[in-house]
Design a protein around this ligand. Structure first.
Ligand code: NAI
Length: 637
């Protein structure tokens, strides 16, 4: 009886370089030890080349090690920095699965041709015991230079991993995880039942071909072996498709979560997207990709769509909602950028800088102050007091401007800003008028002849919101008559589709008019912010069910899932669903720990946290999915 129990015990033999650590430690040591040397890049290249030849089994290990050490010229004093850097380079899926290492600290071994001095403190971060680290040791000369390794250790020689594992003589099932040929060798020698090729950091075809399973992340291994893990269902099995050159930060964030990420530089047309979308769980687009009802018909696994921009007109939101697909966008990632351009333009216009600069280029020196004014103490009128309007209000006050605003809805006044009861009132007060309304259809031509007429003479006018909001012929007339002394326009009723198309507009050539090609929100920071904001909302939704910030889902902000299972149920907004869910849970004798419900006109979203010791029968899931009106059901545990 006892023997059979021992034999069933599993041992996990894990490689270090490029598996537990994202990188090869010798490459890193090389970078540290060669810092400042002119031949650094060449040495690095040589070491990497030798590492790869060894990994592919093309040269033997001892040869590879000696060659690399002779290039390295490393010293004992470099080791602490190497350890620190490696601690910051633990593979993401190892880092997030500490729960597994804690539960199996006796059975996890690190088997590596790397060096104990380096590996032991790094793997201690995951709770792996020093005595379970099987690796080489450095040999130093009197000055602490690393000149080789302990030759007595079998790991310093050929087939070192085979010899070491044989000697260890583990009684139980031995599973090996690694990325290189030498990691496979013990399996080849009959010392292990399965070799898992780990591809999170590197993918070697010759090694993959020898594997029992390819595991893109540790999550996949833990799922296959049904071991304690951070992700109930491995994200590596879920595809994220990012189109239209979305910022690399988004790719990094999705990869860090463990998703299989596919990236396409341009947009896809409807037919291409219908084909590509079939296996996609998360789709990221910008403004050019149309997510139509037809596309969504082909989306069998789609959970969420992210618009890496502000507008969502390119997405059929109704079709997404009825399919239970949550859509997210980035409503204020570029707010600050628009505000800064507006402030800059206000100052440039009040000093007539564009004209003065143009004159200088023509050789004309005009030092007069006529017409140049400070912005301090002047009245700034904001039309629309939303994300941009309010932030501009705060910054403008900091420059000493007096801020007035008008908005169609009641808004909290920030700082000393004063609310106007009507647009006309605001127009008649302001020295500077800046438009920050949204692009709703009813705002078309909201600033026309009558509105310009109501403005102060010599007003400075800015539009950074939407082109159709201002009637351009009326603006041109107001500029020519002197009513508008200067203006800055970033958005136009018609904007060229590409950089090759000519910009045609009556505003061209007018004095003290700053024209910019819809770049109010176009900064590197804004792109980076969008690249962070949207993936964060989407992963939060996938991981916890929180729909905060979704443009089509009822918004629920949920507490963290702790020692519970979470059921997420999306349904048509009809009466009786909550009662149905609870009846089914009662039938299965399941205790509810917490429940949250929100609805919008179209759908309802119910989150139910239940005790985590409950074994979920397939029957339960089937019953919940069969509730009439159910659109989607998901479970987290
Ligand atoms: P927001 O939705 O937070 O604020 C818009 C505000 O305008 C809301 O408070 C709304 O109640 C108000 N509003 C709508 N119609 C109005 C009307 N007729 N009269 C008075 N108030 C009205 O939008 P956010 O983020 O502040 O953006 C403002 C505008 O800036 C949008 O049109 C947006 O498309 C544009 N934008 C332009 C960029 C550029 O590159 N130039 C970049 C980012 C945004």
């Amino acid at each position: 009886m006892e023997t059979s129990l021992i034999q069933k015990k599993k041992f996990f033999i894990i490689d270090f370089d490029s598996t537990l650590a994202k990188v090869e430690s010798l490459d890193l040591l090389c970078e540290i030890s060669l810092e400042g040397r002119p031949d650094k890049d060449e040495c690095l290249r040589q070491v990497q080349e030798i590492t790869n030849l060894g990994m592919e089994g093309k040269i033997n290990f001892s040869e590879s090690l000696t060659k690399r050490l002779s290039i390295l010229k490393a010293n004992k004093r470099h080791v602490p920095e190497l350890v620190e850097r490696l601690k910051n380079n633990i593979s993401d899926s190892f880092n997030r699965n500490k729960i597994f290492f804690e539960a199996h600290s006796e059975q996890v071994y690190i088997l590596s041709s790397g060096f104990k001095e380096v590996i032991v403190p790094v793997v201690a971060e995951l709770g792996i015991k020093a005595e379970n680290v099987l690796a080489n040791s450095f040999e130093y000369d009197e000055e602490g230079n690393i000149i080789g390794c302990d030759k007595e250790n079998p790991l310093a020689g050929d087939k070192g991993k085979v010899a070491t594992l044989k000697k260890l003589n583990l009684k139980g099932e031995v599973l090996i995880i690694g990325d290189g040929y030498t990691d496979y060798e013990p399996k080849g020698a009959g010392l292990s039942s399965k070799f898992y090729a780990f591809t999170e950091n590197v993918r070697r075809q010759s090694v993959i071909e020898l594997a029992d399973h390819i595991i893109p992340t540790l999550d996949e291994f833990l799922f296959l072996e049904n071991l304690p893990r951070a992700q109930s269902y491995p994200k590596s099995r879920m595809t994220v498709l990012l189109l239209e050159n979305i910022h690399p930060e988004a790719i990094r964030l999705f990869k860090e979560e463990g998703y299989n990420v596919e990236f396409v530089k341009g947009a896809l047309d409807e037919d291409e997207l219908c084909e590509r979308i079939k296996d996609v769980s998360i789709l990221g687009i910008r403004s050019k990709t149309m997510v139509t009802a037809k596309v969504l018909e082909h989306a069998n696994k789609l959970i969420s769509v992210g618009a890496f921009c502000i507008g969502t007109n390119q997405i059929d939101l109704k079709a997404c909602t009825t399919k239970g697909i949550a859509v997210f966008n980035a409503p204020y990632s570029n707010t600050r950028s628009v505000v800064e351009l507006t402030i800059g333009s206000i100052i440039m216009l009040s000093r007539n800088i564009i004209q003065k600069s143009n004159w200088m280029h023509e050789g004309k020196w005009d030092k007069s102050a006529t017409g140049s004014v400070e912005v301090r103490g002047k009245k700034l009128g904001l039309i629309g007091y939303g994300n941009i309007g309010t932030q501009l209000s705060v910054l403008a006050e900091a420059m000493g401007m007096e801020v007035y605003y008008y908005d169609v809805v009641e808004k909290l006044q920030l700082g000393n800003a004063k609310k106007c009861k009507s647009l006309i009132e605001l127009l008649s007060i302001a020295d500077f008028l800046s438009l920050h309304v949204d692009g709703r259809a009813s705002n078309k031509d909201m600033i026309g002849e009558a509105e310009f007429h109501a403005m102060k003479d010599g007003v400075i006018f800015l539009n950074m919101s939407r082109g159709h909001v201002v009637n351009i012929p009326a603006l041109v007339k107001a500029i020519k008559s002197g009513k508008v002394r200067g203006c800055a326009i970033d958005v136009f009723p018609y904007e060229p589709k590409t950089n090759n198309e000519e910009f045609i507009n009556e505003l061209r050539g007018l004095e003290n008019v700053i024209l910019t090609p819809h770049i109010g929100g176009s900064t590197e920071e804004a792109q980076f912010n969008i690249g962070q904001f949207v993936p964060n909302r989407m992963t939060e939704y996938v991981n916890s069910g929180t729909s905060y910030g979704s443009v089509n889902f009822p918004q629920i902000q949920l507490p963290e899932l702790k020692e519970a299972h979470r059921l997420m149920h999306v349904h048509n907004n009809v009466p009786g669903i909550l009662a149905n869910i609870n009846q089914i849970l009662a039938k299965h004798n399941i205790n509810i720990l917490g429940q949250y419900l929100k609805t919008n006109e179209a759908i309802g979203y119910v989150i139910t946290d239940i005790e985590n010791d409950v074994r979920h029968s397939e029957e339960l899931v089937k019953d919940l999915k069969n509730i009439p009106g159910t659109i989607r059901h998901r479970m987290l545990y």
